[in-house]
Design a binder for this molecule. Structure first.
Ligand code: AMP
Length: 582
């Protein structure tokens, strides 16, 4: 059980973590029993003939491994209000979470319930206990770039929102978090305002500056929001200084509830603070070390920094200067997986220790040679899974989760690598989304391959003080032969522009950096055409973000889609309308 506020004791939490990880096998069995017992009456489990049995072997024999697609009809019935018979769970589902869905082009709906809330708190408490050991914080504040999006009612009257929104809006959230998180700089009105996140972002920055001496942690859910926040700061810092100098909030904030909440913080003009911030910003070279300059008592910068967030690390490190970056935990709208219990480790090497009491975990070995289509199915049949303690160090797996909110043997779509064990629970490194990204014919390049190619090519830009703000890709089959298209939005210091010659070199470097044998050989025999680099107008990725927010996504969970397929036609259109050079 997660600890209540008054009971929280970091050493006790660590002790419990040590206990469950030493007994991971028994804890897994018990977790499965608990989940299956609580949901024995669910129509789904009944129809599979489980008949209340909770043994892992019988469970695996009766219940198939599924993807979201197979569960969608059941989830749709729940959304539509047909939950009289309790379709996936013993107790009716009352809340639905929207996953960010940037891989598929639209958010996925998954059930959310109190048990998932509890597991969220368990994982937060575990990693917090370890952070507390390494970074003691006293009476500090956290500048947290978090944003709730809108919740809405489904046809069947259920509340739906992104998982982070469901969490932030849960009345228990604030109380539960009190014990394990310093006070936010921003008032609730700023966090919960869902109509225009730019207004929230501006106010988060202003609130942080008002409490700048007290800020000890700068955080967000995913690192993307942190980089986004400080890029925005570069544009509005003088306006923020003016607000502080005059004690009056800028007219760009139009929402009355936010204005009222901010008026309580911005009570009087503060010439001294405004001048100090102004001087610090003016004295920075290329904004290096901005975070510690603004918030001199920051102990660490916190947020999910692995996987698709890795491309933002360079910029984040630039802003953070010497302040350590600490990656947050590993989970999804479908449930939590592992905690970062080694917060001193750099994000690039970070692992997540699986918490065996928060779900039942299985792993599909990624066997490249046998698994031709990269989906984990060896011969097109039900994929073979291994249990939590059966995974091998150095091997890659796709995660399959059974959670307390009605997902049974559910393929999450993430590939992880086992780096070691903490007691008897594996420590996982996030590798990539499982779905294949770029493929014209025999070539197979993943999200990770794309990231590495982009990293290699952007080295060429650094010499000219240029950087890639964000990137995505597309397979263009409209030409014969088909070819890869990489989209870059580039930012130059002092409006520096990339020359055609430099871009041409980058394009070649990208092409060479896809080391997959299929790609190399197909390129050689011209079955794949030369890679094309398209440069986007400034602000294009902002438009893509806005598009996902319009679909019900949340800034807090946003991940730039790294490959745009035909299903994502709106994004493709945004991209094609904003190409400035090719
Ligand atoms: P969402 O679909 O919005 O619920 O986001 C969940 C997905 O975000 C996961 O399935 C992962 O692909 C990714 N994710 C979450 N936590 C991490 C992490 N710590 N490191 C890398 N990727 C993560």
């Amino acid at each position: 059980m997660p600890k209540k506020e008054e009971e929280f004791n970091a050493e006790e939490v660590i002790e419990e973590f040590e206990y469950v990880t030493k007994n991971a096998e028994a804890v897994q069995k018990e977790t499965l029993r608990r989940i299956l017992e609580a949901n024995a009456s669910a129509e789904y489990l009944q129809s599979l003939g489980l008949n209340g049995r909770t043994d892992p072997v019988i469970f695996k024999a009766c219940v198939p491994v599924v993807t979201h697609k197979e569960l969608e009809p059941y989830i749709q019935r729940i959304i539509d209000g047909d939950d009289a018979a309790c379709i996936l769970t013993g107790k009716p589902i009352t809340t639905i979470s929207l996953s960010s869905g940037t891989t598929q082009g639209k958010p996925k709906f998954v059930p959310w319930n109190d048990e998932l809330f509890d597991t969220t708190m368990q994982i937060y408490q575990t990693s917090f206990a370890f952070r507390k050991r390494h970074f003691p914080i006293n009476n500090g504040k956290v500048l947290s770039f978090i944003y709730a999006s809108r919740q809405f009612k489904t046809k069947g009257g259920l509340i739906a929102g992104t998982a982070t929104t469901n969490l932030f809006r849960d009345p228990r959230y604030k109380t539960s978090m009190k014990a394990i998180q310093s006070q936010h700089c921003s008032p609730d009105e700023v966090i919960l305002f869902s109509s225009d996140f730019q207004q929230s972002l501006y106010c988060h920055l202003l609130c942080g500056l008002i409490s700048r001496e007290h800020v000890q942690v700068v955080s967000s859910t995913f690192a993307h929001s942190l980089v986004h926040a400080f890029r925005f700061f570069e544009q509005v810092w003088e306006e923020l200084c003016t607000d502080i100098r005059e004690g009056v909030l800028t007219s760009r904030i139009t929402d009355p509830s936010i204005r009222a909440a901010m008026a309580n913080l911005l009570v009087e003009p503060n010439q001294e603070s405004a001048s100090s911030i102004h001087d610090k910003c003016a004295g920075l070279s290329d904004w290096y070390g901005l975070i510690p300059q603004l918030f001199p008592n920051t102990k660490f910068v916190y947020g999910i920094m692995t996987g698709s967030m890795e491309p933002y690390l360079k910029k984040l490190r630039h802003y953070a200067g010497e302040v350590p970056l600490v990656t947050a935990d590993y989970g999804s709208s479908e449930g939590w997986i592992g905690a970062n219990v080694n917060p001193r480790v750099a994000p690039e090497s970070a692992t997540y220790a699986v918490l065996p009491q928060i779900g039942y975990f299985e792993f599909i070995p990624m066997e490249k040679k046998i698994d031709d289509d990269g989906d984990g199915n060896r011969d097109g049949g039900d994929p073979q899974t291994v249990g939590l303690m059966e995974v091998k160090v150095g091997e890659e797996y796709e995660i399959v989760i059974t959670n307390p909110a009605g997902l049974y043997r559910y393929r999450l779509g993430d590939v992880v690598k086992v780096m070691g064990f903490h007691n008897s629970t594996p420590e996982l490194k996030f590798v990539r989304r499982a779905s294949l990204l770029l493929s014209v014919n025999i070539d197979k390049n993943t999200e990770k391959d794309l990231q590495l190619a982009v990293e290699a090519a952007t080295e060429l830009l650094a010499e000219d003080k240029l950087e890639v703000v964000d990137f995505t890709s597309h397979v263009d089959l409209s030409t014969e032969p088909g070819h890869y298209v990489i989209f870059w939005e580039i930012n130059g210091v002092d409006d520096n522009e990339a020359s055609d010659e430099l871009l041409s070199k980058c394009c070649d470097r990208l092409d060479e950096s896809f080391v997959d044998a299929g790609y190399k050989s197909a390129r050689k025999v011209k079955c794949i055409g030369p890679l094309e680099l398209r440069v986007l107008r400034k602000g294009t990725f902002q438009k893509i973000l806005q598009h996902f927010l319009g679909l019900g996504g949340a800034v807090s969970q946003y991940k730039t889609p790294r490959c745009i397929g035909p299903a994502n036609s709106v994004v493709l259109q945004i991209l094609s309308e904003n190409v400035v050079k090719s």
